[in-house]
Design a protein around this ligand. Structure first.
Ligand code: SAM
Ligand code: SF4
Ligand code: SF4
Length: 359
């Protein structure tokens, strides 16, 4: 009888979604499909020499779609309901609709999104939607052509705007536009970015500049805090009101008097780690429990060594149970805050790059 009781208890524990050491469930998995990019945004990939200074993952090291599907399936079985494909630039992977088709069949996913810089979006949006993608987040920091070129190092603003326009027709009212706001660079465009999104029915989210890997020129002086972003918006539109909602989403949402909503992701000055249910998988199968984590858990090795679905489930469950990460809160408590990781360290450990672990 005693043995039977033990078995029942273990089964009951295994049926419950895992919680980490702070009681946070696992809900959101961001999958980086490749680490390469066709832009060079200075806050993410600041090195000017296009190829020479980046250590990219080797293709043969990267997970196959079948392997990604197995990991995503295990994560969904443990409580993940949101999937996001990211990179690098995920649309550089021309076969990505095949991956989307596989992942869209996982039952239990109620939000399946992709983050893109938008340059290849116009051509691919229809195929992405047909494959089962629910929505798009497009990163766009400026509407000025010369500034766009300075920010991405490519003269492609028009292509990105066409991609955005296309996306808002294909996914009406569900496209998001993410804008990183940097002092002296684009804080004067907060209102025009909001207006552009409003005209297209896309919700704009302003992101505080973060000291993540890759932001090797980051400085606290360059961060425009959420309070200042709100002030800029209220100066133009008048009073705004918070949208009251219970969510673990990173953005605090607000409403203009005419009902237009927008978000602010204040990861740098008011982090939200306490609610964080996100983790990130790199293209070569390292699983990071925090954007700021120094190391990840290798899921590719056990997969290639023949791990069963139960083995994978147990591995993910036990890692999540041990999670204590509060990276952005820890950074906030750091005095004399400097860039997190040096160029030299990034060259030795490319997994610390933002474009490798995904945004
Ligand atoms: N290439 C795609 C894109 O740009 O949308 C997806 C990958 S990119 C790493 C994902 C997001 O991370 C982008 O919205 C980008 O603006 C954001 N990001 C990169 N570095 C950042 C930083 N230092 N601070 C804040 N956001 C950053
Ligand atoms: Fe810019 Fe995204 Fe490419 Fe980073 S990965 S350089 S944020 S487009
Ligand atoms: Fe989550 Fe880490 Fe970001 Fe905090 S810093 S919100 S724990 S990913």
């Amino acid at each position: 009888m005693a043995v039977q009781h033990t078995q029942i208890d273990q089964n009951q524990v295994a049926d419950v979604d895992p919680k980490d050491t702070l009681g946070r469930p696992i809900r959101d998995l961001r999958i980086s499909v490749l680490d390469r990019c066709n832009f060079r945004c200075p806050y993410c990939m600041p090195e000017t020499k296009f190829h020479a200074n980046y250590q990219f993952l080797k293709r043969q090291e990267c997970l196959s779609y079948r392997e990604i599907q197995r990991i995503a399936s295990a994560a969904v079985g443990l409580g993940v309901t949101k999937l996001r494909l990211t990179g690098g630039e995920p649309l550089l992977d021309k076969k990505i609709p095949d991956l989307i088709a596989r992942l869209s069949k996982l039952s239990g996913v109620d939000d399946f999104a992709l983050t893109t810089n938008g340059i290849l979006l116009a051509d691919q949006a229809e195929a992405l939607r047909s494959a089962g993608l629910h929505r798009i987040t497009l990163s766009l920091d400026t509407l000025k052509a010369d500034r766009f070129q300075a920010l991405t190092r490519f003269d492609e603003l028009d292509a990105v705007l066409i991609g955005l326009d296309h996306a808002t027709r294909i996914w009406p009212q569900s496209v998001k536009v993410d804008s990183v706001i940097i002092r002296g660079v684009n804080e004067d465009e907060v209102v025009s970015l909001l207006e552009h999104g409003r005209g297209l029915g896309a919700e704009v989210r302003f992101i505080e500049y973060m000291d993540v890997g890759g932001a090797t020129r980051w400085s606290l002086d360059d961060v425009v805090p959420h309070t200042e972003i709100i002030q800029l918006i209220e100066e133009h539109y008048g009073a705004i009101s918070p949208v009251n909602e219970q969510t673990s989403a990173p953005a605090d949402r607000y409403r203009l008097a005419d009902g237009t909503t927008f978000g602010i992701i204040s990861s740098t000055t008011a982090p939200f780690c306490r609610e964080c249910d996100r983790s990130r998988l790199t293209a070569d199968g390292l699983w990071y429990l925090c954007l700021y984590a120094q190391s990840g858990i290798d899921l590719r090795a056990p997969l290639r060594a023949g791990a069963s679905a139960d083995d994978l489930d147990a591995l993910i469950r036990s890692a999540w149970n041990g999670r204590a990460d509060r990276g952005a809160e820890t950074r906030l408590a750091t005095g004399d805050r400097q860039p997190l990781i040096s160029v030299e360290a990034l060259q030795k450990q490319p997994h610390l790059e933002m474009h490798t672990r995904g945004g």
